[in-house]
Design a protein around this ligand. Structure first.
Ligand SMILES: Cc1cc2nc3c(=O)[nH]c(=O)nc-3n(C[C@H](O)[C@H](O)[C@H](O)COP(=O)(O)OP(=O)(O)OC[C@H]3O[C@@H](n4cnc5c(N)ncnc54)[C@H](O)[C@@H]3O)c2cc1C
Length: 581
């Protein structure tokens, strides 16, 4: 059973982050805390009642390939129809494109609920948002009219076709070809690992495909973006002939079994008809427009599966009896080590949530604040935080979901309990949308490098100022100072010998996540303390203080070890001989 953590979500959005500041920036919609609560409550009902019951059966049944096309597990089609009917596809889409234009902080909360209930289901629908973003950012009015309304309404779904066998992290190696023909192109090539590349949820699928126009320059500068529909569209807008593309097979995976991961073949006959989006050779830039939202969303997937693992582990630990205290059998939650595991899961999950929502709010402010300089600061901060959210939340989620298995003992390893599904499903999150290594390269190379650490320094100073003179916040002040020093080391290494910085970039990313999310947990503790003085004994705030204390005493000290690795661990990698590893 999944209990949507509504009180916790409200606390982070309103009490901790003060998302009502966004109300000023939304001339086109009526954003308010109350509206946000209503939407989150409705999303919670949908997640709990419609999506969650399909999570386990979907995992067991999996998506199926047939020569006629891919079928999703039983119940997915009905759930998708209900999802569309309720208007959820429109939530994050800007109002000028026919959506509801809700801010990232709210859509992240909704995503948390949906991903928690059924990650494999929601992956497909969340891709359509990305497709709308890419088309809207770069397409002609005619292309927008042809594709956007039906993607926004949910009548069609979208995909992202980037990866090829030889081109994974390195998209410069893409070989798929685009040959000009009149007002369109013919696409030839094979893509692998395409999420929801084929399925039976909608009667057309809009593929966004990265390909190289014949004669284009080598490398990333020669990649263009194309819209390639599964079925062509007639002049009157109706569905036309099938395009020259098909799903050759689907992968057998560790997790997210219900999400079809497709090998896609384009142009086995005359070439699939594709329409260029934006100028030739600018495809990757458009994909990067969507990258921030997509990577934030993957961080939220880590948070969502962690929350599931936590709830399940807590339930198990309260009921499973082993060992005795004063001669009486006790539930395992009474054992200090089990309590430690549960607190560790809870503290890390709550820390992920504050970090995800904080980054989302900064992204919103970066686009919506009236003051241009506030907008610029917020956007730079959001962009700095996105690789941390993606990398740290997903790496931490693996730890949390694995601890969830541990709390169950042997039964955690047995599929029947469901604990292992969270671990299996979340395992992909450190890999797709750029592995943790790629996130950490982005963090030190692009995000720190482009302003010589200015955005990071400003964030650290702001968080340090909050710790003030309070003695209870001393560990946070120390951790922030440690992060400041480590950042200077990374910047120096990056300037002198980039390989040294890359050798410690993942420990640095983890340090950033541990400390920045930690400082936000300190803020949460301060809010809880103030609330308790007005309302003594309130269980929610008492629990919050208990969790924040655990974070300060058992999680935050990990920063010391990570900082030591960052400052002194590079040479052991750069001087190591690959043939001796
Ligand atoms: C279930 C699933 C769904 C997917 N969905 C999609 C999708 O919808 N669309 C799509 O286009 N793709 C999708 N992918 C592909 C996914 O984005 C890639 O698998 C991912 O980007 C990694 O590429 P790769 O598998 O080729 O690994 P590689 O690039 O070969 O990486 C292997 C290892 O080398 C490391 N590495 C590589 N280059 C560097 C570097 N420069 N610096 C440091 N470390 C490096 C990586 O971190 C990793 O640990 C999906 C993959 C899976 C498994």
């Amino acid at each position: 059973m999944y209990k949507p953590p509504l009180r916790e979500i409200r606390f982070v959005m309103h009490e901790l982050l003060g998302d009502e500041r966004l109300e000023r920036g939304y001339a086109d919609i009526d954003y308010s805390g109350e509206l946000a609560d209503n939407i989150v409550e409705e999303a919670a009902k949908f997640a709990e009642n419609v999506l969650e019951p399909l999570n386990r059966p979907g995992d067991q049944q999996g998506a199926r390939w047939t020569p006629q096309g891919v079928t999703t597990p039983a119940g997915f089609r009905e759930a998708y129809a209900a999802y569309v009917e309720a208007g959820w596809t429109q939530l994050p889409v800007p109002s000028e494109l026919g959506g509801q234009g809700m801010p990232h902080v709210l859509t992240s909360a909704v995503e948390e609920l949906m991903f928690a209930a059924n990650m494999a289901f929601y992956l497909g629908t969340s891709l359509a948002h990305g497709a709308v973003g890419a088309i809207a950012a770069s397409a002609t009015e005619e292309q927008k009219a042809a594709f956007v309304p039906r993607l926004v309404s949910g009548e069609w779904m979208g995909t992202m076709n980037l990866t090829e066998t030889q081109a994974g992290s390195d998209l410069a190696l893409i070989r798929t070809r685009a040959v000009p023909e009149g007002d369109h192109y013919r696409i030839f090539g094979q893509k692998i690992f395409i999420t929801y590349g084929d399925h039976d949820l909608t009667d057309n699928i809009i593929h966004l495909v990265l390909a190289r126009i014949d004669g284009a320059p080598e490398g990333v500068k020669g990649i263009s973006l194309f819209v390639v529909p599964k079925f062509l569209i007639n002049a009157d807008g109706s569905r036309g002939a099938p395009n020259d593309l098909r799903c050759l097979s689907i992968e057998h995976k560790l997790g997210i079994h219900a999400s079809p991961t497709c090998v896609m073949s384009f142009g086995e006959k005359d070439g699939a008809i594709g329409y260029l989006v934006g100028a030739p050779h600018t495809g990757l830039a458009f994909m990067f427009i969507m990258m921030n939202a997509a990577r934030l969303s993957v961080g939220v997937q880590g948070l969502a599966q962690s929350e599931r693992a936590l709830q399940q582990a807590l339930d198990w630990a309260r009921n499973r009896k082993q060992g005795r205290v004063s001669g009486q059998p006790v539930a395992i939650i009474e054992h200090p080590d089990v309590k430690r595991m549960l607190l560790s899961m809870k503290a890390r999950t709550e820390a992920m949530r504050v970090l995800c929502y904080y980054a989302a709010l900064e992204l919103d402010r970066g686009h919506r604040e009236a003051d241009e300089s506030v907008r610029a600061t917020s956007l730079a901060r959001a962009e700095l935080l996105i690789p941390v959210v993606k990398g740290w939340c997903t790496e931490t989620a693996m730890e949390v979901t694995s601890t969830g298995v541990q709390v169950h003992g042997g039964m955690g390893f047995i599929e029947e309990t469901g604990a292992s599904q969270f671990l299996r499903d979340v395992r992909i999150t450190t890999i797709y949308e750029g592995t943790t290594g790629i996130q950490s390269n982005d963090l030190i190379g692009r995000k720190l490098g482009r302003d010589r650490g200015a955005a990071m320094a400003a964030l650290i100073e702001e968080l340090l100022a909050e710790t003030g003179a309070s003695r209870s916040l001393t560990p946070y002040a120390e951790a922030l100072t440690t992060l400041r020093d480590a950042t200077q080391s990374v910047l120096r290494m990056h300037a002198d010998e980039p390989a040294r910085a890359q050798a410690v970039s993942v420990p640095y990313l983890k340090l950033c996540g541990t400390v920045i999310a930690g400082a936000l947990m300190a803020r949460a503790a301060a809010v809880a303390e103030a609330a308790l003085s007005a309302k003594p004994g309130d269980a929610f705030y008492e629990a919050k203080l208990q969790t924040c204390r655990f974070y300060a005493e058992q999680v935050l000290p990990e920063a010391i070890g990570l900082a030591r690795v960052v400052k002194g661990g590079a040479a052991s990698v750069t001087e190591a001989k690959p043939d001796l590893i």
